[in-house]
Design a protein around this ligand. Structure first.
Ligand SMILES: Cc1cc2nc3c(=O)[nH]c(=O)nc-3n(C[C@H](O)[C@H](O)[C@H](O)COP(=O)(O)O)c2cc1C
Length: 331
């Protein structure tokens, strides 16, 4: 195995199905040059048998970007990891946290918390085949597992196979009786357990995920952990990403206002429209940009109502942006 540069994981935006697609990542990248962005999960079966460009194609401008895979067949995962590495991803992450029925029937995601040795086999196979870093994203346990046993057991097994980074969503998944959405809010958070894992495995890189509402509160919760990962908060209130480069990486923030973020993103939108992408597929990720600011409602309404229309073009974004201005002037 060749070694590759390790991405800087001090601040990550979580993998989120249907949300963190390439348009979303390109939008987030306008606001932060340094955050590590994750793809939505792609299954190893789809990547090895499907249309790779459509499934996991990405623009180099999104970098640093990590590919998340789901699966439980070590050989297939290894092959998919290799494909991701060859495409230019900077990391491959294995999903051991998603609780949906579809995922359970395929025996991957959170139900693999019960099969730590298989997870270790998968990660080792991926690591041997892909010449880039391979990481784990997991829960603290599932169902009646005791997290204080299950989580360190999993970490020690993957560590013994050379895996040095774990992103921990700090709550259990309850595989029976809760929807995936409920599984992101009902099982209680246990950030303390994640901190205990750092003490138990000080030479592992441990990233905290789960319930971090803002960049600021996330950094407070981080303590001596190696990084934080925001999911829903980053998606719904993306403007806070514009503080990440300064607050986390000590470099200048790339844009100084939501308006400037829109302007910086316009060339990307125009290019995608030229390629036949529908405006709504792009702008749906931008609805929360003005959250909590004057003009937020107009922005959201104009985009929601008009970007879905046939032939909607960049003028819809310009109209929505202009509608935020009078409101700004009146405060
Ligand atoms: C719409 C949605 C889709 C998600 N899809 C994935 C996924 O594909 N892979 C994954 O590991 N986690 C997935 N998650 C879980 C998030 O990555 C994250 O672990 C979870 O939302 C907790 O973080 P948060 O409280 O900051 O949102 C998803 C979450 C949401 C809201």
């Amino acid at each position: 195995m060749t070694t590759a540069t390790t991405p800087d994981r001090r601040f990550c935006v979580a993998p989120m199905m249907d949300w963190t697609d390439r348009h979303c990542r390109a939008f987030h990248r306008v606001m932060t040059r340094h955050a590590l962005l994750y793809t939505e999960m792609a299954t190893s079966a789809a990547v090895t048998h499907g249309d790779v460009a459509r499934l996991i194609g990405f623009d180099p401008a999104e970098h640093p970007v990590a590919l998340q895979l789901g699966g439980s067949d070590p050989d297939e995962l290894a092959q998919a990891a290799r494909t991701g590495a060859d495409l230019g991803y900077c990391e491959i992450n294995l999903n051991v946290g998603c609780p949906s029925d579809r995922v359970q029937s395929g025996k991957f995601g959170a139900c693999l918390m019960r099969e730590p040795e298989l997870v270790a086999d998968c990660l080792q196979a991926m690591r041997e085949k892909a010449a880039i870093p391979v990481t784990l994203k997991c829960r603290t346990g599932v169902d009646d597992q005791e997290p204080r046993d299950a989580l360190p057991d999993l970490l020690s097994r993957v560590k013994s196979r050379g895996i040095t980074t774990a992103v921990i969503h700090a709550r259990k998944a309850w595989l029976k009786g809760l929807s995936p959405k409920e599984n992101r809010s009902i099982p209680p958070l246990d950030h303390a357990l994640v901190h205990a894992m750092k003490s138990a495995f000080p030479d592992m890189e441990i990233i905290l995920n789960g319930g971090l509402e803002t960049l600021e509160s996330g950094l407070e919760a981080q303590g001596n952990l190696d990084g934080i990962m925001l999911g829903r908060a980053a998606y719904h209130t993306p403007w806070q990403l514009a503080d990440v480069d300064g607050a986390v990486y000590g470099s200048p923030n790339p844009v100084t206002s939501p308006e400037a973020a829109v302007t910086a993103y316009l060339p990307y939108i125009a290019q995608q429209l030229d390629q036949g992408v529908r405006l709504h597929s792009i702008t749906r990720h931008m609805l929360g940009l003005f959250h909590g600011r004057p003009g937020a409602r107009q922005w959201r309404r104009i985009l929601s109502e008009n970007a879905v229309k046939d032939g909607a073009g960049i003028e819809v974004v310009m109209t929505a942006l202009a509608a935020t201005q009078p409101a700004l002037a009146s405060v």
